[in-house]
Design a binder for this molecule. Sequence first.
Ligand code: ATP
Ligand code: OAA
Length: 682
Amino acid sequence: MTAMTIEETRHEDEKCMADAHSVAPQKAEFTALENTEKDKKLDVKTDIEPCALDAIPYAPFTCAKEGKVAEPWLPTTLRVIEAALVKATPVLDRTLRPILSLLLRTLMPLISPGLPGAHTLRPLCPAALSRTPTVQTLLPIIAPLLPPTFAPSFLDHPACKRNLSYEALRWEVVSRGEGRVVDNDVMLVDTGAFTGRCPKDRYVVDAGEAHRRVGWGEVNIPLKEATFDEVYAECARRLWGLKTVYVFDGFVGASKSSRLAVRVVTELAWHHHFCTNMFRRPTNEELAEFCPDITILNSGPDGFARWREAGLRSATCVALDLNRRMGVIMGTQYSGEMKKGAFSMMNYLLPRQGTMSMHCSATVGAAGDAAIFFGLSGTGKTTLSADPERLLVGDDEHGWDEEGVFNLEGGCYAKLIDLDPLKEALIHAAVRRNALLENVVVDASGMCNYCDKSRTENTRCSYPMWHIPSHVPGGCAGHPRSVIFLTCDAFGVLPPVSVLSEEQALYHFVSGYTAKVAGTEQGVVQPTATFSTCFGGAFMTLPARAYAELFMRKLQRHGIPGVYLVNTGWTGGGYGVGRRMDITATRQIVAAILDGSIREAELTLPDPVFQLRKPRTLRGLDPQVLDPSKAWEDGLAFHDTCAKLCELFTANFMNTLYAATTQQAQDLEMKMNKDTLVVMST
Ligand SMILES: Nc1ncnc2c1ncn2[C@@H]1O[C@H](COP(=O)(O)OP(=O)(O)OP(=O)(O)O)[C@@H](O)[C@H]1O
Ligand SMILES: O=C([O-])CC(=O)C(=O)O
């Protein structure tokens, strides 16, 4: 891993961007046969029954390489109807639309069988129709009325802007008044009412295969397929009715064998900018034959009007259909929903190929020694992976297959609150031209005030990977040598670092104890203790057990020498009393893990409550720092708080994991809980 390689990567990434730059907003020659090639590719490795894939009812806005349809085939009758419709266009209003819709629905299947090339199309596809000038005019009106089977590609939208260059993006965002350029030439936007995710408005379609597979509950709230279709159609209707629509085509996943092509259609130019920063950018060649596996529609601020009738909680709706690989976002501008939507999809698909999907950051050292840092939002994945001594693989979402770990994304999404240029130099330097700031407060001269929490604590910046100069070529690394669980302990009682046994590793992985930090979710205004399974429960679509089993298999198979629990949260007292762990101390701990010196340290006996063993000393660190009880002034309060947290651990285990499982699994889990935690008797 030489500087040369890093340079090469940068060029590789920049080539993708340069390629993307040179692509003028274009309309590709698409027909409507769906993503069957890609499905086949996925199918090879998955355990999805072939019939389940065949049964995918439709995947709109996708293309086929074969099946180009000769242009002059429209029967005269249809031409006449078209001409009449064109004339009628100005007078079409809401009452006429259903009639038009009915007409088209009835006509199309009737005339399709005899058409040349029809065998390659769903009964009759407007994407093929769409190349005629008259239909070009009509499409914005027709498209939203069509049943999804007939839905055309958004590339056929008369003013579709696709994979814009950064220069074009800048112009779009500013000229549309969506953002402005501030300090250090960076774009700043305001995300409106929502400055974090809305987990209570996140739904997953409960139908078909997903019905059997998804871990249903508060995280994956079931939604009827018909309701999803209604929201999706409403969102599509909105997007089709816009003067300009933005289409980003790219990939999720650095590993070419398992990556998926994602299309994100947005109303807002700055959302397009976000996708350009965060997803993996295609080369020109890839773009030319692009065929989406996943389609996400995002109509930004406007919510779903019929939410009451549809039985939703509010007009905000973030919904995924895992069977058809579609997502829809309405009523929130918070951009993290787009990347986390695609991530949730990957968390459903990857484990079925035997690939672990993880809410973690990853780095690799000069010797090729990879490390992964699991952690819920705000625990320090981005901060600690921006390490001048190592190369960055990625800061948030990764897969782990037979080759090693690979990034799912093409950029980073850093929290900027209280950003300290000295302690977080790499991130600070990454906030430059082409980065995209969200909700940061600036003064009159446009200078960022990172300490200002008046807008939100969840101030963010997305930037492409090459803004961190030391990033890994291609986003892939080998099997990790160190696994770190980052927990942000709002009670302030967990040690800054604990060395976990294999059983403890599994226990803490499924428990995922941490705190939700302020701002990342709507309504969370202060750090709140939570158990987020796999340290990313909010995005895990399968039951925790699926990830836990894969994780254990990976640990054993690759003989991972160490799993560590690192507390980046509070010390010396809980939130409001103690203080946040010093980043410099956390960095020293992480350095000792990564260089292996922690393995030479003498360990304490397991503590009586959590059964955790911690190193007595670590190079360069005051030993006092390693013992959380020493940081508390009131020893009794420390012990009481330990007991309280311990009860929460056990309750979580009983409620969310232990319940509703087989007797055998219950016995195993009970043993795990007993071995790992000993409830303190006072
Ligand atoms: N000891 C510490 N270790 C790590 N981060 C700390 C520590 N103390 C404070 N912080 C702050 O906590 C925040 C961690 O945010 P970061 O973006 O790294 O989290 P993340 O896990 O990547 O979250 P997300 O998944 O939401 O992007 C940063 O603002 C960082 O400055
Ligand atoms: O996507 C992100 O990095 C933010 C995140 O983890 C979250 O919203 O919980």
